[in-house]
Design a protein around this ligand. Structure first.
Ligand code: TMP
Length: 208
C-alpha cells in the first residue's frame, strides 16, 4: 500500500478536528501507520510562526504578509514533518494546507491564486495532497457549532463575519470544481459517524 497525503479543508465550525480524530482512530484500528498534523503548525518552526499568525490585533499583518508567513510555516512543515512521514511509508492526515491560503489570503486579500501557488512552489516545491476533502456546512449551522464550542473569534484568524464565511465556502467549492481528481466535497451536516464513513469510503480504493 502506498502512503498518501490527505488534507481536510473548509470554513470554521464544519467539524474538521472531529473528523481528523475519528479518521485517525479508523487508521489505527486498520493497523495503518499514519500521522495527524495541522496548519499553520505541525513542526517546531511552523508552530512558532503559528503564534505570530494567531496572536495580536486583527491588523497585525496584511494579506500579503500573512500569505508569506503561511508559506514559510508550510515550507518547514513539509520539510520536517510531511515528507519524512511519507518517505517512511506513513499516511499523512493534515488539518488545512495550501488550499486554505488560496481561500483565505487569496480570495479576500487581493492576492491572486497564481501568486499563492508561486509562493507554494518556492516554499514547498508545489507539493499537493493526493486527496483533499472539503467539508461543507451552511454558515449559520457552522456558526451555531462554533458558539457551542465558544471558540469563534478567540484568535485573530477566527474572528470573521458570516458573510466572509459564506464567500470562503464559495471559494473552496470553486477550487474543488476546478480539480475534481483531487477534491471530494463532503456534506458535513450529516452525523459525525456518517461523515467519517463517507470519507473512509472514498479512501478504501487506496487501503489495500
Ligand atoms: P483552525 O485551527 O480553526 O483551522 O484555524 C486556523 C485559522 O487560520 C483559520 O481561521 C484559517 C486560517 N488559515 C489561513 O487563513 N490560511 C492558511 O493558509 C491556513 C493554513 C489557515
Amino acid at each position: 500500500m502506498t502512503a498518501r497525503f490527505i488534507t481536510l479543508e473548509g470554513g470554521e465550525g464544519v467539524g474538521k478536528s472531529t473528523q481528523i480524530s475519528r479518521l485517525s482512530d479508523a487508521f489505527t484500528d486498520a493497523g495503518i501507520d499514519h500521522i495527524v498534523t495541522r496548519e499553520p503548525g505541525g513542526s517546531a518552526g511552523a508552530e512558532a510562526i503559528r503564534k505570530l499568525l494567531m496572536e495580536g490585533s486583527d491588523d497585525r499583518w496584511n494579506a500579503r504578509a500573512e500569505a508569506l508567513l503561511f508559506a514559510a510555516a508550510r515550507a518547514d512543515h513539509v520539510a520536517k514533518t510531511i515528507l519524512p512521514a511519507l518517505e517512511r511509508g506513513a499516511w499523512v492526515i493534515c488539518d488545512r494546507y495550501v488550499d486554505s491560503t488560496r481561500a483565505y489570503q487569496g480570495g479576500g486579500g487581493g492576492l491572486s491564486d497564481t501568486d499563492v501557488m508561486a509562493l507554494h512552489r518556492i516554499g514547498s516545491d508545489g507539493l499537493l495532497p493526493d486527496r483533499t476533502f472539503l467539508l461543507t456546512l451552511a454558515p449559520d449551522k457552522a456558526a451555531a457549532r462554533l458558539s457551542v464550542r465558544d471558540v469563534g473569534g478567540s484568535d485573530r484568524m477566527g474572528s470573521k463575519s458570516s458573510e466572509y464565511q459564506a464567500r470562503l465556502n464559495q471559494r473552496f467549492l470553486a477550487m474543488a470544481a476546478e480539480d475534481p481528481a483531487r477534491w471530494r466535497v463532503i456534506d458535513a451536516d450529516d452525523s459525525a459517524e456518517q461523515v467519517t464513513q463517507h470519507i473512509w469510503q472514498e479512501l478504501t480504493p487506496w487501503l489495500s
